[in-house]
Structure formats: C-alpha cells, structure tokens
Design a protein around this ligand. Sequence first.
Ligand SMILES: Cc1ncc(C[n+]2csc(CCOP(=O)(O)OP(=O)(O)O)c2C)c(N)n1
Ligand SMILES: [Mg+2]
Length: 570
Amino acid sequence: MKGTDFILNCLVKEQVDHLFLVPGGLIDPFLPALGRQNKIRPIVAAQEGGAAYMADGYARASGKLGAALCIGGPGLANTVTAIAAAQTDGSPVLLLSGESPTYLEGLGLFQDASSQTLDDVSILKNLTRFSSTIDNAKNLPHLMRHAMIHLLTPPRRPVHLSIPQDCQAADIEDTYQPLSPDLTQAGALSLDSAEKTLAHFTNGTPPVRIAILAGAGVEHAICADALKRFAEAWSIPVTTTLRAKGVFPEDHPLSLGVFGYAGTHHSRLALLDNPPDLLLVLGSGLNERDTMHWMLKLNPNRAICVNLNTLAMGVHLNGSSVVGDVGAYLKWLEGKKEHIQSALQSTQSDRKKWLEGITSQPRWQEPDNLTSSAIPLHPTRIIGDLRKTFPREGILLVDSGAHRAFAGHYWTSYAPNTYISATNLGPMGWAIPAAIGVQCAQPDKKVAVITGDGCMHMHGLEVATAARYKLPIIYIVINNSALGNVWLRAHKEGAVPDTLTSLPDIDWAAFSVALGGQGITVKHPDDLTAAYEKALQNTGPTVIDIKTDKRFATPVADWSAACAAWSYQE
Ligand SMILES: Cc1ncc(C[n+]2csc(CCOP(=O)(O)OP(=O)(O)O)c2C)c(N)n1
Ligand SMILES: [Mg+2]
C-alpha cells in the first residue's frame, strides 16, 4: 500500500474515525487515499488552526487521539497555537503535515519548509512530545509507531510528523499492529510511596477535616467512579480544578465545586481559610490557577499528592508525593480498606459537621444574578438559563475571556468530559472549532459553546464548517462589544485603553446565516429559553448572539483577593 494508505490505516487501527484537514499541494496524495477508504470521515476546516483545534476537541471528547492534516510551511505555521494548547492541556493531537520531496529539499521549491529552510519539524519541537520528519519511506512504519506511543501512553501529548511527498507516494510493505492496552493503560504506581500515605490516615490523632482536590489526572486515568466511591465511603468533600470541572458531580452533597480561578466560596473556605487536616491532591498540575495564585500551601504532614508528573508535584511538595496514576492509587487504596477504615469511620460524623458548616454558607459570589432581569442581559443569567434548558449529559465548551469566569463559577457540571476548556494556554476562539471535533466524537450528545465576540473575531468562520457538515452545535456568543476581560482592567487607565479594548457590535446571528447556520439575536432575558429550545431542535449549527454589557464584573472576588495577598517574598 501507499504511504498515505498506511498512515490512514494506522489511524483506523487506533480507532480514529475523523480526520480534520485543509488540503494543499504538499498533501495532494492524501486526497485520493481518503477516497480509497470509508472508515475515516474527512472534515475540511476553514483554517489549519481550526483543524488542529478540532482534533484537540475530538481527542478530549473521545479519549482517543485526534488527527489533523495540513500542508507544511504556511499550513503548519497556522497550527502553532493549537498545538501549544494541546501540549499545555495534555491532549493527544497528531498533526500530519506535508513536506516537499526529499530530493528537492533546499533547491528553492515553492513552499519548501523542510529542514533545509523553515524547518517545520523544529518549529513544533518545543510544542510536542515528538516531532519528526519521515526522511525515508522505510522509516515510516517504526516512526509511526513512535508517534502512537508518544500520543497514547502517559504523559499524553501532541505529536507531529512531517511527511515528504515521495514518502506519501512510496509503497510500504508493513502491517500496523495497534498498541496493546498493557502500554496504553499501564496505570503505573510507586508502591513504596503509596504505602507511606497510609500513615496520614492512621498515625496519631486521625484527621477529621479531609478534603480532595481533583485535577485532570482523574480524567486522564478515567477514574471518576473510583473517586466518587472513595469520597462517599468516608464522607470526604471534593473540589476540582477548573480544568477538571465535572470529574465529581457538582450537585453531589460532597461537592465543593471548583477551587482556584473562578472557584466557589465553598472550596476557598475548605482549602484556604482554615486548611484541612489532610488534603489529597489527585492529578493536579498545581499551576497558578489550580493553587489560587499559589496561596494553597502544601505541607507534607498534611497533604498527599499523586501525579505522574514529578515536576508538577515536586515544586509544591517535597515528600508525601506518590509518583503514579491517580486511578491506580485509588484502586490500591480501595484494597487497603482494612488499614484505614477505623480511622476514617471514627472521624466521619465530625467531618460531616465540618462540611455542613461550609455548605451552609453561600457557594457563589452573586447568585441573585442567575435570575437577573437586566437589559442588556447579565452573563450569569445567560449561563443560568442555559443550564436549566441544556440536557444533563450534554457537553459544554468554554472559550477565553470574561465569559470563562462566569461559566466556570456558575455552570454546574455533572460528569467528566462534559465541561471542556483550554484552561492552561487559553487561546481565544479555541472552543469554536474544538466543538466541531467534540460533536464528531460524540454525535449523539448535545454540544454547546460559551464564547465571546472577541473569540468569534478569531475563529468564528469555523461555524461554516459546522454548517457544511450539519453539526447541530449551539454557539452562544456573550456579546459585550468588547475584549471584555481586558477592558475590565484597561478602561480604568483612560480613554485610549478603553477604546483599544472595545469592539464594534457585530450582528453574529446574520454572520451565522451567511455561513449556512441558523442565527438568533437575544436582547431580552425572557427570550433566552425559547432561543435555547429552538437551537436544540436545529439539525445544523445555531449562533445565538446575546447582547450583554462589558461592565458586569466577573465572579472572581476570591481570586482577586488571593492575588492581592500573595507575595513572592513569603
Ligand atoms: C489568542 C489570544 N490572544 C489574546 C488573548 C488575551 N485575551 C484574553 S481574554 C481576551 C478578550 C476576549 O474577548 P471576548 O471573546 O469578547 O470575551 P469577553 O472577555 O468579552 O467575555 C483577550 C484579548 C488570548 N487569551 N488569546
Ligand atoms: Mg466580548
């Protein structure tokens, strides 16, 4: 078979059924190859950045790898932000780019971006776990295997392969074997350090106020059920990072909601105001936002940290760290029940009282805004009404801007992978194409996006892609005619910063209609539910342009207080 067929066949063997692409000369041989098979549905994006974001959304919503295909040079350069976002959020995106034939490298060929000129591979070296050219067709089978191992075994990260045209057209005599679950679901755990954590539960006076901070590691290890069993068995409250929102149902009596940026008062009360006797940090990268601007201090006598990433843990906690997969740790801990049950049982009723004391206080910053009748509409009302209309098992994607804070704070998420956001890099417009990948991976689920008008300026054209493939995604544009998050700071600095961060009021509903989607404009809060219901009935995409005001303050009071209180000198 041809190199192109071999590559597509590898994807099929790893269960991939969509490929997001923008065609071009350097990948011409892939087009007939896509026509020779029927297992992979090609989705043509408006721009390569969009295609890579779609692959990212597909990976996050499917648990598999997501694949994008583009030409090298200008096409590859368009994907840089998307690959960086996949890298920082640990999303296994495979980027395949076309390269000039090896025998023409460095001769001044149009769009040559081989190692002799722009060097596509080195552009993506820092942004991927593995970036390589296939400089000889004989290398394709084993380098494809390298790529799959880097994508599908922890730590899952993006991978780039640059495929010269002679390699795309070469005859390959090899059969790809899918990776064994022994590799992909290794569930590694350092048993010695796991054993040491038992003392935290049993030594001296057993801890009463125990809490869990759950991060994306719970999602990666697919162990939300084990987390729930452990929490419920011993009445241990659970907070999550914003990245992991939903790994513990936020309407569960033990849920404290999100901790850190856009987090709840409940989580702040439990973790910061009066730090717990024991905090289990399960699979969090402990970045600035996960630690409430580093205000969360981890003491090895009062914390256990489990993570496959030693750097993430070691920076914050020297000792009491378990190098391992969170799922493997929770499974192991379940097996140690007899060692910890008397300590955990003896403290259970006091722990419940502690939790009651916390949850009897307000959870949200300004919950009255959930029913605000303000015109222009309040963003909190937009989110509150969507939650009431949107199915429980539906998937929400959230973009970058002030709307991220409103959604992170007020949205209630019930299950893992139902609140998807690029939280670490935060590139504007990510959610618009990423939702296309999510809808392709989960065709039976309702998919909605909370985005901003500034984000629409960046990647709104991908609504045309959703329309072309009849994907019923609901795009909710919280339209405040501003780069709102920046405006909230900038307008205090005078007229010029105010103007530079304001935007014209675009008719995003008309924009959607022009691209082949449905468009609805909402100016009155009483019209929200009908708009959502109409969008939920549509067979293609709907953009709901909701007119709001840039002056509404974001619900980040706890975060701002933490930032103000923090000092590097501490
Ligand atoms: C690619 C990129 N450029 C710039 C930024 C900085 N930035 C963060 S939020 C934001 C404004 C977002 O505007 P909009 O989409 O309208 O959302 P709003 O804040 O108004 O809700 C900007 C410019 C970014 N995160 N990503
Ligand atoms: Mg805006």
